[in-house]
Design a protein around this ligand. Structure first.
Ligand SMILES: NC(=O)c1ccc[n+]([C@@H]2O[C@H](COP(=O)([O-])OP(=O)(O)OC[C@H]3O[C@@H](n4cnc5c(N)ncnc54)[C@H](O)[C@@H]3O)[C@@H](O)[C@H]2O)c1
Length: 328
């Protein structure tokens, strides 16, 4: 019996493969290496370089490797690129997820774990936002994720496919043992930019929106350590294998941190004052997005262990230092 991880050569996928191997699972990765790296997949896992939307490949691997569960992470994670080229990302995130679901059903795979995002809520009316609150994504990324959530629900109703959807906060940090971390070329999210500035690979940090109704005026997000996010996937898999019901869960810490807080912690850890420049808010930017997390604590045997801001950013900085400047 094996677990299939699509996107297992990526940032979160690489950490997840490590967690699965540490737990004694047999792992097969399907990744097209569009943003991932073959070195991110440990030798103890099988890496098949291919596309998560390739139905023939999926059929073959699911049958020949006796796959009982798919952890479907394939899909690049760059919101600005998605706004610029929405149809390409719609294909990668949503249409290929349809192939995964259909192949799983056709080949007797009983469980799917899917990383969705707090982006499905858009700008929530209530903070912390609960799973039962309205979803109203303000960017294509949230919309793609929501479409897959709906497909999974419908597949559960039609064919009894068990699934857990984890609505993740912003994933940050790196493997505490230094085995993996975020190496994505051209990553555009805050933590990566601040780390690059701290290591002299970027001359300044632009902060979009400094007049929000938050304590320091900058946007607030809920961050989760990549190892905690990965272990939540493992807990979700165990839940499904134990016969647990399909679930949709926020997966983060329920603690919000502002842009300036992130910058301050990295400045302290790196011992360097960074050039921070205020910019106008971007259209559709959300001031505060923090998750209610009581549901995941009630349903899964999981709690975050590494998700203090200092710990996350410390691990991320240590990993970033070791990345060659060309890959940063
Ligand atoms: N990083 C976050 O903060 C975050 C938050 C919420 C959800 N997620 C989701 O988690 C998943 C992984 O994100 P990540 O941050 O590790 O991104 P990543 O870009 O590091 O990893 C994505 C992986 O998928 C592979 N891939 C892309 N398209 C593929 C395809 N068609 N077939 C096979 N492989 C393909 C890439 O090569 C890469 O290895 C994504 O679905 C992302 O939307 C991430």
């Amino acid at each position: 019996m094996s677990v299939m991880v699509t996107g297992g050569a990526g940032y979160l996928g690489g950490q997840l493969v490590l967690e699965l191997l540490d737990a004694g699972e047999k792992v097969v990765v399907i990744d097209n290496l569009s943003t991932g790296f073959d070195w991110a997949v440990p030798d103890d896992a099988e890496l098949i370089v291919g596309d998560a939307g390739d139905r023939l490949l999926l059929n073959h691997v699911m049958r020949s490797r006796s796959v009982d569960a798919v952890l479907h992470l394939a899909g690049a994670h760059s919101a600005p690129d998605m706004v610029a080229d929405p149809t390409a990302y719609y294909l990668d995130h949503t249409i290929k997820a349809r192939e995964i679901i259909a192949a799983a059903v056709a080949n007797g795979v009983r469980h799917i774990v899917f990383p969705s995002s707090l982006a499905v809520y858009g700008a929530p009316e209530n903070v912390p936002v609960k799973e039962t609150d309205a979803t109203s994504p303000t960017d294509p990324y949230g919309a793609y994720k929501l479409a897959v959530e709906h497909m999974l629900d419908e597949a559960s109703l039609a064919w009894g496919l068990g699934h857990v959807t984890l609505r993740l906060g912003h994933v940050a940090g790196a493997d505490p043992a230094g085995r993996s971390g975020e190496a994505t070329i051209g990553a555009t999210h805050l933590v990566k930019i601040v780390l690059q500035a701290a290591l002299g690979r970027r001359d300044h940090i632009a902060v979009f929106g400094t007049g929000y109704d938050t304590p320091d005026g900058t946007g607030i997000r809920d961050y989760i350590h990549v190892k905690d996010a990965a272990s939540a996937h493992l807990s979700a898999l165990r839940h499904l294998r134990a016969g647990g019901a399909s679930l949709r869960l926020n997966c983060s810490t329920g603690e919000g941190h502002s842009v300036l807080e992130v910058i301050d912690v990295v400045q302290r850890l790196a011992g360097r004052v960074l050039d921070v420049r205020a910019r106008a808010p971007r259209p559709d930017d959300i001031p505060v997005l923090v998750a209610a997390v009581s549901r995941i604590r009630a349903h899964l045997d999981w709690q975050p262990q590494y998700s203090l801001l200092d710990t996350m950013l410390g691990h991320a900085l240590a990993f970033e230092r070791r990345l060659p400047a060309k890959a940063a």
